[in-house]
Structures are given as C-alpha cells and as structure tokens.
Design a protein around this ligand. Structure first.
Ligand SMILES: CC(C)(COP(=O)(O)OP(=O)(O)OC[C@H]1O[C@@H](n2cnc3c(N)ncnc32)[C@H](O)[C@@H]1OP(=O)(O)O)[C@@H](O)C(=O)NCCC(=O)NCCS
Length: 175
C-alpha cells in the first residue's frame, strides 16, 4: 500500500501524484464541487486551505492528468493524530487507483511526522464514501460521535456548509 514519498509518482494510467500547492486551489475546489458526498464550508476558503497547507507542508496531494487535476486529498496532523479531508476523485477517473495512491502519500507523510493513526470524516449518508474507507482497511468508529463547537471569532451563520448534490441533506455542521 505504501510507495516512496517525495518524488512525483508516475503511472502508466496517465496520471501522477504530487504535493498540492495553493496555486492548485481553484481547480481543486472545482473538483470538490463535482463530488457528491463532500460538504464545503468557510474552512475551505482559499485562506483556510492556505492555512492548512502552511501548517502541514507537503502533506496534501493532488492527482494530475495532463493539465487537469483529477484527485485531491487534504492532510495534516495536530502532533497527535492525523486527519484527511476531502479525498476526492473526478467522476470520470474513478476506479483507477487514484484515491488509494493519494491516501498512500498522505499516510506516508503522516508516518514521517511520527503520527500513528489518521481519522477521516464521512457524512453518515455517504455510504459510497464509507465503503471506500472500509475497503482500504479503515475501521468504522461506531463507538464515537462527532461534536463541533464554534470559537468566539466565528459567526455560525457564515460557516453554513454547502453540501454537494445529494438526494437528501446531511448534518448541519462540518468538521
Ligand atoms: C471514494 C473515492 C475517493 C474513491 O476514489 P477512486 O479513485 O475511485 O478509488 P480507487 O480507484 O483508488 O479505489 C481503491 C480501492 O477501493 C475500491 N473502491 C473505490 N471506491 C469504492 C467504493 N465506493 N466502495 C467500495 N470500494 C471502493 C476500489 O475498487 C479499489 O479496490 P482495490 O484496490 O482492492 O482494487 C471517489 O469515489 C470519490 O471521490 N467519491 C466522492 C467523494 C467522497 O465520498 N470521498 C470520501 C469521503 S471524504
């Protein structure tokens, strides 16, 4: 499951994985908007992603095919546990191993920082997303629930998430 980190990973399938930079932001955000099951909030603003990339250099990745960004994974850690957000692959490029390759790069980056375990947040009604995580060996933490609270600087109304095309709405708050 693990591949060498730090070099550009080329594949015969015509895509490759490299570290995400802020220059990728617009194209990555556009990709997220096409992925049902993801929720986007104020935390996904350019400033928010700049902060994540700045605090966790070289830990988030994109998959590129020609000039297109066809996959992305945001990754970071708090010194104790790792977190992966918005693991997403273009609908036209799925089932080619792109998400697994992105995940491998993230897990290697976390391991290199001394992190032993990584968490991912999936909306409760995103069964397809959950099936992916189970398939790649993640444990479903049925004994846990997620609780979120705002800090004094945030207007909760301004942080209302936009849920991508779903047949029914998800929870009202995002990780
Ligand atoms: C989930 C997602 C990232 C998978 O991307 P992908 O590039 O198609 O996945 P991969 O090709 O790397 O698949 C890796 C393995 O998982 C399996 N897999 C992929 N999607 C799966 C799914 N929905 N259910 C079960 N298994 C799945 C593949 O068959 C493959 O298995 P193998 O390596 O044993 O052959 C993609 O469907 C997506 O972007 N979904 C929308 C966003 C989302 O829900 N993200 C997850 C929550 S954050």
């Amino acid at each position: 499951m693990v591949e060498a980190e730090g070099t550009r990973a080329s594949t015969s399938a015509g895509w490759s994985i490299r570290a995400m930079t802020l220059e990728d932001y617009d194209r990555v955000y556009a990709l997220w908007e096409t992925c049902a099951g993801l929720g986007l909030s104020a935390a996904d603003s350019r400033a928010g992603i700049a902060a994540l990339l700045g605090r966790n250099p070289g830990m988030s990745f994109v998959a590129v095919s020609g000039r297109d960004i066809v996959g992305s994974a945001l990754c970071g850690h708090d010194g104790r546990r790792g977190y992966i957000h918005h693991l997403a692959v273009s609908t036209t490029c799925r089932h080619q191993g792109i998400a697994r390759a992105l995940l491998d790069r993230c897990l290697n980056a976390l391991a290199n920082c001394g992190i032993d375990k990584c968490h991912a947040f999936v909306y409760a009604d995103n069964e397809e997303g959950a099936r992916f995580w189970l398939h790649v060996g993640a444990a479903r933490r049925v004994e846990l629930e997620l609780f979120s609270v705002y800090t004094p600087r945030c207007d909760p109304e301004a942080d209302k998430p936009t849920l991508n095309a779903r047949e029914h709405p998800g929870p009202s708050t995002l990780p």
